[in-house]
Design a protein around this ligand. Structure first.
Ligand SMILES: [Zn+2]
Length: 119
């Protein structure tokens, strides 16, 4: 269990978000570009919706635990970097460890499930 000072508050504070198109750096093709993409993820933004997911440990091929259909990637959320605290809201640290939380949806039964990877 996390130390009290490391726990995120519940409920999380409401924060206005801005949806931006991904930039070239966010869609890497080489190993060097992958490092730059992961450097931006957590320091420039903390959530990716749709498009191409970033996986530090290879792709995730997930089947629905309810109906066994192939699930489809929806989004990834990561913590803000320790030196970037306040990215989401001033005075608030959105840090839940050095992990990436991946959201998948089953188009057959509308179930959403998550998987986690860390660097
Ligand atoms: Zn399903």
């Amino acid at each position: 269990m996390a130390e009290p000072e490391d726990r995120l508050p519940y409920p999380l504070p409401c924060v206005a978000m801005v949806l931006e198109n991904m930039h070239e750096v966010d869609v890497p093709a080489t190993e060097d570009e992958m490092d730059r993409a992961f450097a931006a993820f957590g320091s420039a933004y903390v959530c990716r919706l749709m498009d191409i997911p970033l996986f530090p440990n290879g792709g995730i091929h997930k089947k629905c635990s309810h109906c066994e259909e192939v699930m489809h990637y929806v989004a990834t959320v990561c913590s803000e970097d320790y030196d970037i605290e306040g990215l989401i809201q001033e005075g608030f640290s959105f840090i839940f460890g050095e992990a990436f939380l991946y959201f998948f949806i089953c188009r057959s039964c509308c179930t959403i499930e998550t998987e986690m990877q860390s660097t």
